[in-house]
Design a binder for this molecule. Structure first.
Ligand code: ATP
Ligand code: MG
Length: 571
């Protein structure tokens, strides 16, 4: 490609709303252009990188025997009503009506559509396992679209779905996918970690998120520092051992204390001169019309993900003021477990180890002190419902856990029979028995992966593409387009490299060298070949590695070979 024939609208200024480097650089390098909140056009350079990532994903999917297909973006609401996700998915689901007033969905994910495709058609155990995938535009009406294509409302995803005979068969597919994901992100030149995670609105039991390490990442990950143990999970999911220094003597007499207008943990603790770990937070939730009361130590957060799992519920929302008032007989801020009736009481496992703690008194402006589980109230369920934090101990090996941030670029789920049961999708097993498929689903955010790569691979001057996903692997920069010798050398190298199947950009613009160098750095081409009259007189040209800034002189005759070799070395 010649620059004068390309469309690479580089921009000098950072876009005002861009908060992170990848967003700024993708706009400035002429890769993306905003159309609306969370909606972007992929310009030719952005599309080139996207296609490279897609190709890597496609190759790795095909390697494990997954088959590509393309489902429609648009699907009828009936399918979503069949699984209940028409209601459960909530506001993120993009809904629309056709001219006959029928409801439709712009797909955020395709479990319903694919299960509908397979049911009734794949009938024999001999056809299993079957894994199908597509690379397609997805829609999600994100509450807060941001960070450019990291969190868009329209984005490209690879989504795969497996239909398996049983758990064992699903295990094998899941492991294959895990391996394929590992290969994809490695080939994209990313530093990443697979971590145990929460299955959220997709549902299912086992799930891993693949997170690219980045300080701006929205995923919070807790991990064991030991390579041998390597325990890693999202903070909402991670199990950990929390210090037990809160076990504090034998139970003292329960008493009520006046805490006027003191509602938050901070206010109550300051007022009573107590550490927040001496208090127990009582939080009311609503789920499917049931009220659930959750208890967690005052200095820690409740993991709604863990709580949902304990309750086996998909949807959980914090109770509104009216419910809290109705249940506790007090204003919000004074709820406590003692004497509370008619709701399921879930206590965190650390709460039952505590002694003589503070809770609300279910009476406005009052708290109780010296509360003890067992003596003063009995939880219906005791479970781990706390968000893990750095400083906790590893559940597996006891070492101190640390935290870091990541951008979730992929997630794989073992769905089991969640969708096949609801949608009556079965096959006939070896014994002739009608059996629901054991399913898995597996997503990769293609456009998010592109952005995550920029987030990890850039410097002050611009993007530094890992060669396998660079829009062009080499840029040829003749310092003057009016010099015949320079231009003929440039054309020679250009056609030699093209003949080798390398993606080359020839910067044939009549611009000052400084401008060309700046742009080459900004758009992040791994190798720059500079052709200037002085070195050309000695039969040489200069090759510069974008990542290190290292320069090498190469004779013009074997430049194409040398450049190819160098590309391999840095890939
Ligand atoms: P998140 O927690 O970031 O909202 P998710 O867990 O809802 O993502 P999945 O349903 O697992 O996402 O979708 C599969 C992949 O699609 C994600 O791992 C991510 O890479 C990508 N993805 C999800 N939402 C978006 C979005 N709004 N914009 C771009 N990519 C997205
Ligand atoms: Mg996810």
């Amino acid at each position: 490609m010649r620059w004068t024939k390309a469309y690479i609208p580089t921009v000098k200024e950072d876009p005002a709303e861009a908060e992170i480097m990848s967003h700024k650089l993708m706009v400035r390098a002429g890769m993306i252009k905003k159309v609306g909140a969370g909606i972007y056009t992929l310009l030719p350079l952005g599309l080139a990188v996207t296609r490279k990532v897609e190709q890597i994903v496609r190759e790795e999917m095909n390697l494990i025997g997954a088959l590509e297909l393309l489902m429609p973006v648009l699907s009828p609401a009936e399918l979503w009503k069949e699984t209940g996700r028409w209601d459960v998915y909530g506001a993120e689901l993009m809904r629309l009506k056709d001219r006959h007033d029928r409801d439709f969905v712009l797909g955020p994910t395709h479990e319903e559509v694919i299960t509908d495709l397979v049911r009734g058609r794949v009938r024999s155990y001999r056809q299993l396992p079957l894994t199908l995938y597509q690379i397609q535009t997805k829609f999600r009406d994100e509450i807060r679209p941001r960070f450019g294509v990291v969190r868009g409302r329209e984005f490209i995803m690879k989504d795969a779905y497996s239909f398996n005979r049983d758990e064992e068969c699903l295990d094998k597919t899941y492991r294959d996918m895990y391996g394929a994901y590992d290969a994809v992100f490695r080939r994209c030149g990313l530093r990443f970690r697979p971590v145990l995670a929460d299955s959220g609105a997709i549902g299912g039991d086992v799930t891993h998120e693949f997170n690219v390490l980045a300080t701006i990442g929205e995923s919070h990950i807790i991990s064991c520092p030991s390579d041998e143990c390597a325990y890693a999970a999202t903070d909402e999911t991670a199990e950990s051992v929390i210090e037990e220094s809160t076990v504090d003597g034998s139970p003292a007499p329960l008493s009520e204390t006046h805490t006027p207008r003191m509602k938050t943990v901070e206010e109550v603790c300051a007022f009573l001169k107590a550490e927040s770990r001496k208090l127990v937070k009582t939080i009311l939730y609503e789920s499917d019309g049931e009220v659930v009361v959750a208890l967690v130590r005052g200095d820690r957060e409740i993991s709604e993900s863990k709580l949902r799992r304990v309750l086996k519920r998909d949807v959980l929302t914090m109770a509104g003021e009216a419910t809290v008032r109705g249940f506790t007989g007090a204003e919000v801020g004074y709820a406590g477990p003692v004497g509370l009736k008619g709701a399921r009481l879930v206590a965190d496992k650390n709460v039952v180890k505590m002694a003589n703690f503070i809770t609300g008194a279910n009476k406005t402006d009052y708290h109780l002190i010296n509360v003890n589980a067992g003596r003063d109230f009995s939880p219906d369920v005791v479970a781990d419902i706390t968000v893990a934090a750095s400083g906790d101990k590893c559940i597996r090996c006891g070492r101190t856990l640390t935290d870091y941030r990541g951008i979730e670029v992929g997630q794989i789920f073992k769905l089991g029979t969640k969708y096949s049961l609801k949608m009556n999708a079965t096959y006939i097993d070896e014994k002739g028995v009608e059996t629901p498929f054991a399913m898995g689903c597996y997503g990769i955010g293609i456009t998010r992966t592109v952005a995550a790569s920029v987030e990890q691979n850039h410097d002050d001057n611009g993007i530094i593409w890992p060669p396998p996903i660079a829009p062009f692997q080499v840029i040829i920069t003749p310092v003057s387009t009016n010099d015949e010798a320079i231009m003929s050398a440039a054309e020679k190298i250009y056609s030699e490299l093209c003949a080798k199947g390398i993606d080359v950009l020839l910067d044939d613009r009549d611009e000052r060298p400084g401008v060309k160098f700046k742009d080459a750095d900004l758009i992040g081409i791994p190798l720059r070949v500079t052709i200037g009259s002085r070195s050309l007189k000695q039969g040489k040209l200069e090759v510069r590695i974008r990542r290190t800034g290292e320069m090498q002189e190469t004779p013009v005759e074997d430049a194409a070979d040398r450049i190819t070799q160098l590309l391999n070395e840095i890939s």
